[in-house]
Every structure is written in structure tokens, then in C-alpha cells.
Design a protein around this ligand. Sequence first.
Ligand code: AFP
Length: 322
Amino acid sequence: MRRLPPVLIEDGCPRDLLSLIRTILAACKEISFRVSQGELSGVLGSTLDENIQGETQKKLDVLSNQLLKDILLESGYVKAIASEEEDYTVAGNPDAEYIVAFDPLDGSSNTDINSLVGTIFSIMKAPKDKAADDQSIFMQAGKHQVAAGYVLYGPSTMLALTIGKGTRLFTLDRTHGSFLLTEDKVTIPEDTKEFAINASNQRHWLAPMQNYIADCLAGEEGPRKKNFNMRWIACMVGDVHRLLCRGGLFTYPEDTKNPEKPFKLRLLYEANPMAMLVEQAGGVAYAGLDRILDIEPQEIHQRVAVTMGSKNEVEICLDYHK
Ligand code: AFP
């Protein structure tokens, strides 16, 4: 009889934190079911509303956000939440120990084409000297996160989780609704031949990134003297999961497409949690030349440039920018 891998047991994880993580996963299991139902669930397509990002909200964006918001605020485990789909933070239990920032459905432009989507979450300690409705409660650098993770709604539903003791992967066993440990210590290879970027923005990138990507594309005949492969899922969870599994470089760099919006990805609930997962797996994560986890946030929906993944390849990319 094959010994079943352990369910979500984080040795040394404070009980309240483990309960909070399990609460998030309870909502993610429901999101996984709705996503897997597709058209049958009646929640595909877009609403008539835009979020504060100016993006049209998909019905699944709204549903996923509501599921996470309700279960977290009812749990009593959080002092406040911040969400991509909420204009402002939402106050919870003033005596709770944690705050949670999340992207309820990352990659939601993929929902109508049955492609990968995910949920990203970032857990930090709630400052005791700030009220639950004080927006600045989230103004903490990513290095202060106590836990970070994502759930990838793919052919299998997988959880990547770190509590600061390495990055682990779990797979949802639907027969009894538990996330079973399937990778105990993720280690990102330091070198790679694979990069992920939205190449349609090439003419808008700054010269250093144009030069770095051009040299990758030049392959064996070029200065890198090796051929590269390219992937782009348009869902950060899917692209980062790939580099956790087999290495790679993921980047959404600064571009000049919209002078008011030089960056795409959000610091609090995309860049920070992914940076913690990647660093805990031996990778590196930068915004321009700055380590993402050192950035002091100024605003809850702040955007940053992102380059993360295999340590040596990211450092080569950064050398083009120095
Ligand atoms: P959506 O959640 O609006 O689909 O955006 C997803 C995302 O924030 C991130 O997950 C992707 O890596 C990136 O945007 C894709 O951006 P492009 O659509 O410009 O390629």
C-alpha cells in the first residue's frame, strides 16, 4: 500500500497561521470547482464593470473575490484584506494577528479560452498600532511576509506554499478534498534556456531589455552561444509555476506603451508573494535593479517591473541594465 503523502502539514507553522492558510484553501477549492465547470457554471464572460485598475471584471473575478473576501472576513483570522478587485482595503477583526493581500483570479483573461488561471495570496503580520481600516496597514516590504502562495487551476489543482522554510508543492486530491504534499523542497535550477515575456511589447521595452531578449533569440550563433525557448501563458501563476518546476526567467519589464502606466504587475498581491516563493526555492526576484522583497510599498495597487527565476540567468539579464 503506497504511503499517502502528508496533507497540508507545515511543521513549526503557528496554529493560527495554519488555520488561516486552510481558510484560504477552502475558498480556492470552491474556485477550482467553478473554474472546472466552465460554461456549465454560468460564470464565464465579463461583467459590465471595471475594477480600480481600469480592467473589465470577468464574472469569475467577481465570484472568486467574493468567495475569498467572505470566508476570510467571517473567519476572524484577518485584521484586513487587500484585493486586486477591491478599490480599498476591507477591515476585518481588529484583534486578528494577520492581514492578507490577494489576487483572487490571476490571468482571468484566460477564463473564456479554458486556459490557466490561479489565485495568489500574501500573508503578513497585522501591525498592532494601526486600526483595521487604516490603508497603511499594508505598507510593509515583501520581506516581512510570513507566508505566500498560489493555487494553480490547471489539469490538476496545485498549491505552491512557503512559510519561510523553503517552497513546497501540493496537489488537490478531490476524493477527499485535501491538498497532498507532492514536492517537499522546490529547487529552481540556477541556469536555464527558457524565458517568458509578452513579446508583442518588444518595441515598447527599454533598450537593455530589447538587447537582452535579442541576444537570447540570436541563439547559438549569437553572444549567448545557446538556443533559448520562449513561453507566455498570460497568467503569472502558470508562468511562475513552470519556472519553479524546471527553471526559467519570467519578466514583465518596464515599457513605454502607456506613460502613465510603465509597469503591469502589482507589488502587493503578485510580485511580492511570487518573489517569496521564488527566493525560498533558490531563485531571485527583481524590479529593475531592486530586490522586490526590499521595496517599501507606497500604495496598495502599486505596480512594479518584474524579472524573476533562475539565479544565473536573471543576473545575466540584470547585467544588460547596469
Ligand atoms: P489578468 O488577470 O488581467 O488576465 O492579468 C494577468 C497578469 O496580471 C499576469 O498574470 C500576467 O503575467 C500578465 O497580466 C499578462 O499581461 P498581458 O496580457 O499584457 O500579457
